[in-house]
Design a protein around this ligand. Structure first.
Ligand SMILES: [Fe+2]
Length: 239
């Protein structure tokens, strides 16, 4: 009534990248903290989160650890009468262990239409990344590259990303990259991917409660607003 209008938060409805199973990776440390994040997600306007603990040399989580952690979190949500849907998959670091897992046809934690979230080293371009993703595709999975805008070895050059796109790899850009939370270069690449219609999913990549305010800022960004309204963004299909 005083001409002041609270900035509107638009969300992609379903978040597909976060670290909310307590104390199994570099994400949320306790169950209470997980609950705080879930409450914040709900308040912001998300309806569901597919949380994705690392499976990485530093965090060699098993599927059982992830799914048991998910169950504990779901039970706690029920006991606190918090109506929020949460599922789990994983963020797989592409290395020889992951490659072996695929070759041996071991179970891979996927979500939606056989989507599998994968990441690479930030520093060095992985040697057999494409081979591994191709192997994954040949088993019927659809690889989703986590935060393509944040790989420092790209040095701003998106040619490698364009090649991955051509082979059918999907991209999950992190919401707060659009506002520069991760620095100028990721912000620039996020904008380029947006302009070239190369964003398939948005994700929070939330690791702790402190990042909530940066997520909120990201959700006020005009490119994020447009992506959330775009039929090309796949998040909502996961409801
Ligand atoms: Fe992550």
């Amino acid at each position: 009534m005083f001409g002041w209008k609270k900035k509107e938060l638009t969300t992609p409805v379903v978040d597909i990248h976060s670290h909310l199973i307590p104390a199994i990776d570099d994400g949320v440390r306790t169950l209470d903290k997980s609950i705080e994040v879930v409450k914040a997600f709900s308040k912001i306007g998300f309806q569901k989160a597919i949380t994705t603990p690392h499976i990485h040399p530093n965090y060699p989580n098993t599927h059982d650890q992830i799914l048991e952690g998910l169950e504990v979190l779901q039970i706690k949500l029920l006991s606190e009468r918090i109506d929020f849907e949460i599922e789990a998959a994983a963020e797989y670091f592409v290395d020889d262990i992951f490659m072996e897992k695929i070759k041996k046809k071991e179970e891979i934690l996927s979500f939606g239409s056989n989507y599998v979230l994968v990441e690479s080293s930030f520093i060095n371009k992985p040697l057999f990344f494409e081979t591994c993703l191709f192997e994954l595709q040949s088993k019927g999975y659809s690889p989703v590259l986590a935060h393509p805008e944040r790989y420092r070895f790209l040095e701003g050059d998106i040619e490698w990303l364009q090649q991955l796109k051509e082979m059918g790899v999907l991209f999950q850009v992190t919401i707060s990259s659009f506002t520069g939370f991760y620095g100028k270069m990721p912000q620039k690449i996020a904008k380029t991917l947006y302009e070239k219609s190369m964003v398939d999913f948005l994700g929070s990549d939330l690791h702790n409660n402190d990042q909530i305010r940066f997520l909120r800022e990201g959700l006020q960004n005009s490119m994020v607003h447009k992506l959330c309204a775009s039929p090309g963004l796949r998040n909502k299909s996961l409801l």
